[in-house]
Write a protein that binds this ligand. Structure first.
Ligand SMILES: [Zn+2]
Length: 84
């Protein structure tokens, strides 16, 4: 039975249906592997969030030498000119 027809059979998905799906997933992956799966998902989400954070950071550009740094620094890491 295809997963879509499974959903059609149950109509709207409620908590009992979700529990059945969870049980099926548990049987497929095995209970011992679920924490691993969750851990991998957690790491993916974490690295994604860190990537977003990194992109949000404004880069500081040195007016003297043009060196760009993403880190919070009071002085240019290349020539030592005060940035703030
Ligand atoms: Zn500089």
């Amino acid at each position: 039975m295809a997963l879509t027809s499974f959903f059609l059979l149950f109509g709207t998905i409620g908590l009992p249906e979700l529990l059945i799906i969870l049980l099926i997933l548990l049987l497929i992956f095995g209970a011992s592997r679920l924490p691993q799966l969750g851990g991998a998902l957690g790491r993916t989400v974490k690295s994604f969030k860190e990537g977003m954070k990194e992109a949000e950071k404004p880069s500081l550009k040195c007016p003297q030498c043009g060196y760009e740094t993403k880190e919070e620094a009071d002085f240019c890491q290349k020539c030592g000119k005060k940035l703030k």
